[in-house]
Design a protein around this ligand. Structure first.
Ligand code: G3P
Ligand code: MG
Length: 231
């Protein structure tokens, strides 16, 4: 069966709509959707009790370290992965689940995240991403049907990038937007990779990336991303 087409370009709120509501909260996700975006990007981490939650940093703002905390100790505004996925299932939002598992060493966090994602049946509306190729390789082995995106924040030689994409079986490359050159866009097109750029917060950048044929934009300001429809 042919895959259903994705919105082009796919517009995702970075941690939701973080200038309207605290980042990585359900309120922030909902605001991004209501502002007209296709969905959101969020970050997953694990607590001491094994619970997977949505939070960008390894600490809370008050300095308490997440890996040492349990769910009841967290502010209620920090969603669990299941709560965030339930929101996506209910609303029809597209989601980019970034696995913030920052070491190369793989443990059961990847499998548990993928099990949770699978349980919500989001199909092509979900892509998992990571800066760590080993985490994506594990994801490929555990849930090959869930699409993967390789995050990069520096330039790699073209053959090395091709190798990492091939090994991880990634459908998309997720570069920091400043890294996207016409040559990279061309390499992606030839190889059949989508490109989802982050964090795009400026109209001139939106125009440049749309002109390069970039497939997805992830940014903090919905109104800026929505300029992609008009350029
Ligand atoms: O997934 C894109 C972007 O979120 C990666 O960087 O630090 O904002 O999670 P960061
Ligand atoms: Mg992120």
């Amino acid at each position: 069966m042919p895959l259903s087409p994705l919105p082009q370009p796919l517009l995702l709120g970075h941690r939701g709509s973080p200038r309207q509501f605290p980042e990585n909260t359900l309120a922030s996700f909902q605001a991004a959707l209501e502002a007209g975006l296709d969905g959101v990007e969020w970050d997953v981490r694990r607590l001491a009790d094994g619970e997977l939650v949505i939070h960008h940093d390894a600490e809370l703002k008050d300095g308490r370290a997440l890996p040492q905390m349990r769910r009841p100790d967290l502010p209620a505004s920090v969603p669990t992965l299941d709560q965030a996925l339930a929101w996506a299932a209910d609303t029809g939002a597209y989601v980019n689940v970034e696995l913030k598992f920052e070491s190369a060493k793989v443990d059961d966090r990847v499998g548990r995240s993928l099990d949770a994602i699978r349980a919500f049946g989001l199909g092509r509306r979900v892509i998992v991403s990571s800066f760590m190729p080993t985490q994506l390789l594990a994801a490929r082995q555990l849930a090959p049907e869930i699409e993967r995106g390789l995050l990069i924040h520096r330039t790699y030689p073209a053959p090395l990038l091709a190798l990492a994409m091939r090994l991880t079986g990634s459908a998309a490359l997720h570069p920091q937007h400043q890294l996207i050159t016409p040559a990279l866009a061309q390499q992606a097109k030839r190889a059949g990779w989508r490109i989802n750029a982050w964090t795009v917060n400026d109209g001139a950048d939106v125009a440049r990336l749309v002109a390069l044929g970039i497939d997805g934009l992830i940014g903090d300001v919905p109104q800026v991303l929505k300029q992609a429809g008009g350029v």
